[in-house]
Design a protein around this ligand. Structure first.
Ligand code: MG
Ligand code: MG
Length: 258
């Protein structure tokens, strides 16, 4: 398959990406201290199926749930379960859907109730770093320019970039070429071309960059147990400015009116 997508394929990837944004907003509605993470997963799966799609992660390499829910020191790939969210938690929720043969994949990190100031700043700056990366996601630049922009921005605050997990191409497969690291050298890596669709997803740690896998075989957490944040957009490479296919608008409408 060509690494650049046809316009009619991009239309379908956008549709799937928008459904992810709407699903995360649906989850945001019930996100509060006292909620069980498995209940967020159930709500998301129901919403996705009601919209003629299937959860993109469920069954992917054996992943058993609709959402990846990663709390505090958990970075990504956390399992929903009996855990009850508490005031002050940072919760990263990653969601994928498959509709019409194409995937959408987007993630947002939420503050539960009142979070500590250093957690608030990590959230805001990790989200900002995603847009720094997207600014570099234009035809003629290289994959390394994206990671370099993210890395420079977050390291200026003393944060660190997780190296073990990366962004990726996206289409009829959840993970396609190229890999999109959130660190790197300017001018390095594959050249970006009009029509390439990438999932850009900085995972940023308050402390050291090192991570370990928990005993469930999936959950990734920081080695030093300091908090981590994760935001992800699907974008299509264009000549002057990337087009963002996913959206946080629905999520933020809910958060801002709570
Ligand atoms: Mg994702
Ligand atoms: Mg992804």
């Amino acid at each position: 398959m060509s690494i650049c997508k046809k316009e009619e394929e991009i239309v379908l990837i956008r549709e799937s990406s928008l459904l992810v944004g709407k699903t995360l907003a649906e989850v945001a509605k019930i996100l509060a201290p006292g909620v069980k993470t498995i209940d967020l997963d159930k709500r998301a799966e129901e919403f996705i199926r009601d919209h003629g799609a299937v959860p993109g992660f469920k069954g992917y390499n054996g992943f058993p749930f609709t959402l990846c829910i990663s709390v505090n020191e958990q970075v990504v790939h956390g399992f929903p379960g009996e855990r009850i969210l508490e005031d002050g938690d940072l919760v990263s929720i990653d969601c994928g859907v498959l509709k019409n043969g194409f995937y959408g994949d987007s993630a947002y990190s939420f503050a539960i109730g009142n979070v500590a100031q250093d957690v608030r700043l990590l959230l805001d700056r990790t989200k900002a770093s995603l847009y720094k990366g997207i600014e570099m996601a234009v035809a003629g630049k290289r994959v390394g320019d994206i990671g370099n922009a993210i890395q420079n921005y977050v390291e200026s605050f003393g944060y660190s970039v997780v190296r073990d997990l990366v962004g990726h191409g996206l289409g009829s497969n959840l993970h396609e070429k190229p890999e999109v690291p959130n660190y790197g050298r300017r001018g390095s890596g594959m050249k970006l071309k009009d029509g390439m669709v990438l999932a850009i997803e900085p995972m940023i740690n308050l402390g050291s960059r090192h991570v370990i896998q928990e005993a469930d075989g999936w959950t990734i957490r920081t080695a030093d147990r300091q908090v981590s944040a994760h935001f992800e957009h699907d974008v299509v490479i264009r000549k002057d400015e990337a087009e963002i296919l996913s959206t946080f608008d629905f999520i933020e409408e809910i958060i801002n009116n709570k």
